[in-house]
Design a protein around this ligand. Structure first.
Ligand SMILES: Nc1ncnc2c1ncn2[C@@H]1O[C@H](COP(=O)(O)OP(=O)(O)OP(=O)(O)O)[C@@H](O)[C@H]1O
Ligand SMILES: [Mg+2]
Length: 674
């Protein structure tokens, strides 16, 4: 912070006093006990400046000199803060006040991002609600520009709707929701999302969030207009009326906010496109503020598997939490507590844990002292426990990932891999990866190398590992958490870090140290979990847990191996084709030279024999691959052991336009790898 002169500090103090900034700093900035030193020093100067009478500067100095510096001493003593004055300033901070001041933590740090966040929070809620109610989602997203840097966002779903009594709290109170206290995979988890978007709209335009919700065709739809009271974190209902709507059930949310609309990377357009890829069971109608509406039709009528909420796994519970659970349980016995509060603890395991902890299995949980709880905690860590159940997870599935990628990316080679479920801090999770290469993403930079690529030995031959010598684009990473695209904070995300740490040169791509692989590649990674460990409340990047990193690495390696096998095969075909044309060019010369040495030679049969030999040696040039990257017919003398494995699709680039589904969006975002 820069040093402030008396005038500017006074202006600041007046602003605060007059309440102009009260929405953001109701407690007043100048006397904040927790203010950093520079702010505190400036505040002291301000106090002095305000306390001093309005003399001219020279006059003030004269008077101070006359009083023998007493004034200076006086001013210093008034600036000193005592425990009592601090106590008068210490009070509760409402969660809404906190987030209004720190809205960047929720992702509302600039106008462009604010538009995306509002759409994202509403669409994520709609998808969650539809899936929980077993309804195939139909979601309409409308963006209307209402002024310079001002937009109206409208999102409507065909979900189960929200009961009337809950609407004010859901949209007008932060940290209120149905997902935080359960362990089940869903897009939302914190209970902040949509009310934060409404709060941002209110703060920037003064307009209420508007909701219309209907829970059944037999019931009327309710129209609410709500404002959040940031001081108390509670809803203020501005309008509550019954309305006629044409739809049977669902929710419509409308927010007006200060925002800006751009196309391209990190835009609402990109969010919609990626959401359609990760949610092929959804139908999305997107009306951008400019240009034609975009329809994302369903890729499948099959809903994601229904997931169950699970109880916490004992290994994921920390000591403090265990003590709290012991005090709050309704069980009367320690073994009963273990079995009812946790998953994967049966009677035998519960007895065994009590025995190890040297605690009576029939002890009353509420009477377990802190030291005993610590013993119990240690015994849990040493017990042999099954991993948590995984019916709480609904991965996208390799097949659906391929369908989604095929729909959104015009590439030539596609592969996907789904890892078995794993556990971090007691939370089950599952990693899936997809990879697209070539086609409209760009040419293979190594295709023109004059030797076939080495057999998966991991090392590029030239210094930079890039045989083409020209500019090669960097790979594009698309990240998802519980089917939600993550568009910001890429470099803080565990997915990105794992991608750059992987040795892509092993898989036939170029890569310079510590950066993304180079090539016409799109890499997609999805993490499904009952609790995604986001690095902040804006849910943009996944925290770097070793277990998560390891699973991402294994999934990417699987995709990488298939890519490498495909590239090796294709590059060899090309190489052999080029060799054959060189042979064809020189064989007549060789025949002519031979007959010059020995005129008796049969030129015609020499030509036929040499040509046959060249065709045999370069047989791989004739190989054709099917849509799974497998050779269509085996060619005599050729090895076909480098099968690409399952979940691979190879698209004939020439037939690609014809094969594209008619409803597919323009796909402009994926037309280049970087
Ligand atoms: N379109 C909707 N249909 C049905 N219920 C909804 C809808 N939107 C919100 N809800 C309900 O309102 C709650 C609060 O939504 P909100 O977005 O604020 O939090 P969340 O989705 O639980 O978590 P997160 O902050 O991570 O988004 C949800 O938990 C859900 O129960
Ligand atoms: Mg939400």
């Amino acid at each position: 912070m820069q040093a402030m002169d008396g005038v500017s500090v006074m202006t600041q103090a007046k602003k605060t006093d007059s309440g102009q900034l009260s929405l953001f700093s109701p407690s007043g900035a100048s006397g904040d006990a927790k203010a950093p030193p520079a702010v505190a020093a400036a505040a002291k100067v301000a106090l002095r400046a305000v306390a001093a009478p309005a003399y001219g500067a020279g006059e003030g100095r004269k008077r101070e000199a006359a009083s023998g510096g007493a004034g200076a001493r006086l001013k210093r003593s008034t600036g000193r803060v005592t425990a009592e004055t601090m106590a008068r300033q210490q009070r509760d901070i409402s969660v809404s006040e906190f987030f209004a001041k720190n809205r960047h933590l929720l992702g509302f740090d600039n106008k462009r991002k604010a538009l995306l966040m509002s759409v994202k929070e509403a669409v994520d809620n709609s998808l969650d609600a539809c899936e929980e109610a077993g309804i195939l989602p139909e979601i309409e997203v409308r963006l209307v520009q209402t002024g310079e840097d001002r937009f109206r966002v409208l999102v409507r779903d065909n979900g189960p709707g929200i009961v009337k009594q809950q609407i004010p709290n859901v949209f007008g109170k932060l940290l209120y929701g149905s997902k935080f206290h359960r362990l089940k995979m869903s897009r939302g988890q914190q209970g902040i999302g949509i009310s934060a978007a409404g709060m941002y709209g209110l703060l920037t335009t003064g307009k209420s969030i508007r909701i219309v919700s209907r829970i059944s065709p037999k019931k009327a739809a309710h129209h609410y207009e709500i404002q959040i009271d940031t001081k108390t974190n509670s809803p203020n209902v501005v309008k509550d009326a019954e309305v006629e709507v044409a739809w049977e059930h669902g929710t419509e949310v409308e927010i007006e906010l200060a925002a800006s609309y751009n196309k391209g990377r990190q835009s609402v357009d990109e969010y919609m496109e990626q959401t359609a890829i990760a949610n092929p069971h959804g139908r999305f109608a997107y009306f951008p503020p400019v240009g034609e509406p975009v329809m994302y039709e369903r890729g499948t009528e099959v809903m994601p598997a229904q997931t169950d909420a699970i109880k916490p796994h004992p290994l994921g519970v920390e000591l403090g939490m265990l003590i709290k659970m012991l005090h709050e349980t309704k069980s009367h016995w320690l073994t009963g507590f273990m079995q009812t509060e946790f998953c994967r603890v049966g009677p035998k395991v519960a007895e065994e844990i009590c025995r190890r902890a040297k605690l009576n299995p029939r002890a009353h949980p509420k009477r377990i002292a802190r030291q005993e709880a610590e013993k119990l905690y240690k015994a849990i860590q040493e017990a042999r426990l099954m991993s948590p159940p995984t019916n709480c997870l609904a991965p996208i599935g390799a097949e659906q990932i391929l369908t989604g990628l095929l729909k959104g990316v015009k590439a030539e080679f596609f592969t996907a891999s789904t890892r078995p479920p794993a556990v971090y801090r007691g939370n089950p999770f599952q990693i899936e990866a997809g990879l697209a290469f070539g086609g409209a993403l760009g040419p293979d930079p190594k295709a023109n190398e004059d030797e076939p690529p080495p057999e998966q030995n991991g090392k590029g031959r030239n210094k930079n590992g890039n045989g083409s010598g020209g500019h090669v684009p960097l790979a594009r990473i698309i990240r998802f958490a519980n089917r939600v695209p993550l568009l910001y904070q890429q470099s803080a995300c565990c997915i990105f870090k794992t991608v750059i740490d992987l040795e892509w040169r092993r898989y036939g791509l170029s890569q310079s140290g510590g950066s993304l692989p180079q090539g016409p590649v799109v890499v997609m990674v999805h993490m499904a979990s009952v609790w995604v460990p986001f690095t902040s409340e804006s849910k943009e990047a996944i925290a770097d847990y070793d277990e998560i990193r390891q699973e991402i690495k294994l999934a990417l390696q699987d995709c990488g191996r298939k890519l490498s096998a495909y590239l090796n095969r294709r590059r060899k075909m090309k190489y052999q084709g080029e060799r054959r044309s060189i042979f064809a060019r020189y064989i007549p010369e060789v025949v002519a030279a031979c007959s010059a040495i020995n005129p008796k030679i049969d030129r015609a049969s020499l030509l036929t024999n040499l040509s046959a030999m060249a065709t045999r040696i370069t047989a791989q040039a004739d190989e054709q691959l099917d849509e799974h990257g497998r050779p269509i017919k085996s060619i005599a003398g050729m090895q076909t052991d480098d099968e690409l494995g399952p979940n691979v699709i190879v698209v004939d680039p020439d037939a690609q336009d014809a094969a594209a589904p008619p409803s597919a969006p323009p796909g402009t975002l994926f037309s280049q790898a970087s």
